[in-house]
Design a protein around this ligand. Sequence first.
Ligand SMILES: Cc1ncc(C[n+]2csc(CCOP(=O)(O)OP(=O)(O)O)c2C)c(N)n1
Ligand SMILES: [Mg+2]
Length: 1032
Amino acid sequence: MALRAATRRLASHLRAAPLSVGAERWIQSTSSNDAQGHPKPTALPKLKDNFLDGTSSTYLEELEERYRSDPSSVDKTWASFFGSLESGVAPEAVAEAFHAFEQGSKVAPLTAASISNQSIQESMRLLLLVRAYQVNGHFMAQLDPLGIDTRPVPVELDPALYGFHDKDLDREFFLGTWNMSGFMHEDRPIRTLREVLRRLQESYCGPIGFEYMHIPDRDRCNWLRERIETHDKEEYSLQRKMHMLDRLAWSEMFENFLANKFTAAKRFGLEGCETLVPGMKAMIDLSADLGTESICIGMPHRGRLNILANVVRKPMQQIFAEFGGMKPQGDSYYGTGDVKYHLGTSYDRPTVSGKRVHLSLMANPSHLEAVDPVVQGKVRAKQHFSNDTTRDKNLGILLHGDGSFSGQGVVYETLGMQQLPEYGVGGTIHIVVNNQVAFTTDPKKSRSSPYCTDVAKAFNCPVFHVNGDDVEAVVRASEMAAEWRSRWKSDVVIDLVCYRKFGHNEIDEPSFTQPLMYQAIRSHKSALSQYIKQLEEEKIATKEQIQEVTDNVQGFLSHHFETAKEYKQDKRDWLSSYWSGYNSPSQLSRIRNTGVPMEFLKEVGNAITTIPEDIEPHRMVKKVYEQRRQMMETGEGIDWGFAEALAFGTLLSEGNHVRITGQDTERGTFSHRHALIHDQKMGHKYIPLAHVFSGQAAGQFTISNSHLSEYGTLGFELGYALENPNSLVLWEAQFGDFANTAQVIFDQFMSSGEAKWLRQNGLTVLLPHGYDGQGPEHSSARLERFLQMVDENPYKLPPVDESKWFTGGHLGGQIQQINWQIANCTTPANYFHLLRRQIHRQFRKPLVVMSPKALLRSPHAKSPLWEFDDKADDKGIQGVRFKRVIMDEGATDRSFDPPKEDSFKRIVFCSGKVYYDLREERKEQGKEKEVAIVRVEQLAPFPFDLVNRELKRYPNADVMWAQEEPMNMGAYFHIAPRLKTCMASCDRSSPHQIPYAGRPNSASTATGYLGTHKEEQQKVVKDAMNLEHTTY
Ligand SMILES: Cc1ncc(C[n+]2csc(CCOP(=O)(O)OP(=O)(O)O)c2C)c(N)n1
Ligand SMILES: [Mg+2]
């Protein structure tokens, strides 16, 4: 009876969802294959006409009657089918199989039921087992070359958990196949358990452990599953194996060679992970075949020389010469230099298939992972400038250490950029050189999760863990990564599990801290010797052939080592491509004007205040734009936001690229920019600066809010600015205080990059700064820190060529020779010229701007339009440029030795917004003829020449510095020795201490009490104006 009921249920299911009528139906044989190996369809006559239409139920019942009286009287597939129904297969499942068959599944719908004694539950449990391998098989993968990793096998990989035992190994099971990928997609849905397990273990537990089941995208998972589960182990040809051998030989023998020749030198060799080189080379070759033309690589110390020599192909002679201590020659300027394992370079490299790919290795500091965002920024810029909209032509590859990848937060910040519209680079390939130790620290103390790569899973990156001793597996993982990046344009991670043959560096003793590991390492055979053995056993190569390969490498290394002694370095490559025509600090550059003809200004001004009719801005934003339009028309009252927009607009019109990013930069933290207008009805966006002139290229002006990162985003912009000098790249901190989370980028790259690596950079950083009573974390951008890193000698006056005073060229190369510029402007017009100056010069220099908050809306901080134009109206001075010093408002003469103003008793030097408070207090006290207030708009390089001019102007005045910041902060300690130098040079007696009006020394940057703030501010200005009593 049970069978009859089941048959009826099946029949009713089939009726409920009838299959299409008229199509000829076939059931595939799983046994007969055609000549090409494809399964051949076999007609199933008994079902052919009427089983699947409405009458089939009667037929099914008839068939069942016959089966019950004599099982051999029906076709054996039907006998098996009824047998499975008797043993519990659900008729609904069979019906479902029929529907799947109808919808395209190639698998016979009755196959599921034809397997003897198998229950649906078993089939489901088997699927769970398969899934467990897909998810967790990597935990059983053979990843550790040293074999000392004793990871417990996860219980879910044990068939017993699913009720399977030894006796089941040779039973056949049905694995559902419809809509599956990987080996379950093959036309062999029936397998023995033994076969299934073997296949799973080969796929997931070999030398590569795949982690991808965390990726929420089905297509991506299927794409990977296909490659993982249908992989044929013997895929490499003899030729490819020999090629891998050759590359591995270069990698290992290079390390040995250096170790022999430079025994006592630190080089952070790759010993223990030499397969990285053949892996990377295969990755690069395949990427080039897939359309990549340029690759930018970032990496730490480990293996850098090897990558330079064998991957990037920096000439060996040069490497040996530099290792021998050779100094650069040629141009007299070669900076302070850096250790050899930090230097970058770039070369064009031919690939195996005959293409060429440009490889550049970025210079980097010791600070692990700091180069990550820099590389990505550079790649993004390359994509911009090569119009690589699909992001196929330019690729970034980042190498990491296991300790740093899991420990350094900037890794997270950088990974987090991959899908951000203005930061994505179409995926970066990450390779973690996982030598299972970080200096002396064990993985157990390095991270809280099983793998050093786990952070990447938060961003849905696939992770390929690979045994670094298996060169073929490394090459396979590397190629898969290249293919993934090309196909999915997202990040992918290779975890190259290897070991470190020596200590942290070659002269370090590793057994102090890792005795057992190093016992294993000492007796461990290198990857090259293992591969040689494998190739001999596989009869791929004879001993002689292998000898030929190694002799060739050895010969080359020896030859180049010998000739390195005569090696002469070519002209530096630092001003390649877009940078040709830019000057090094030893080549004097002309001072250019930054004013813009009035007509042109107006044209730009009109364009950037025009909002199309179909955009309805917020009422307040509309007002901002109307006011800007009015400023343009009247030529009066240009405010900070509009001055900035005019600088951008004019630079864009001149053909430059402008990119400004930061948290909330589109609107502006203080609601002053509104560069991106949101339509209030439809939500459309409109960027006036993207429409300065007709035909403006998309992206020529880029403005974007960033994710909430400083370290990562600043690094990114720094890298972006490295690419092309014709771009003004700006990064804005939300408040200057927060910029210190990006301190590594300021210290290691921005302030010192040119000196170390001879790479110029015009990155401009806007740091809101100013004491407005907003408490300790919204007041100070820590100006003192930026000044402290200025490499100028405070006691040395730059020579002045008086004959060139009015042209601005009187200072020689002062500004070219400094490491960076620090400015704190007080007028919109001066800010405009400062920004334009960044581009209108023949060199590039980083610029840090203390940008205002209160001044954004202050009625005092406004400039007339004529201050932006190109008509010089300052007495004597030719051209209109940024004013490094703004003299007192009562002074007019700008000559080298201006007429004396004898009545003045004090010169108050200051910088930034405190000027307006000082001016107000002076007015209140009526001391306009007694106290001169001089603004130092450019704090570095210090305007010694102009300060001297002011000292000469007021011969009877004492000199004071006024600031809002506490004494141990702000500019005081930067200014004081410089003022003294100036005073001494003007034959003034130089005081022991420079008088000071400002907040007292303080641990915290500012008070949290508004009342106290106001009192303090009052005291500052009163002290400055108090001629009876001098404060210090
Ligand atoms: C930001 C930073 N912190 C600390 C160091 C000091 N340091 C240099 S190498 C190293 C260990 C790095 O370990 P890992 O990332 O595993 O790379 P490995 O040296 O093992 O290749 C440390 C802590 C550094 N260079 N940078
Ligand atoms: Mg390590």
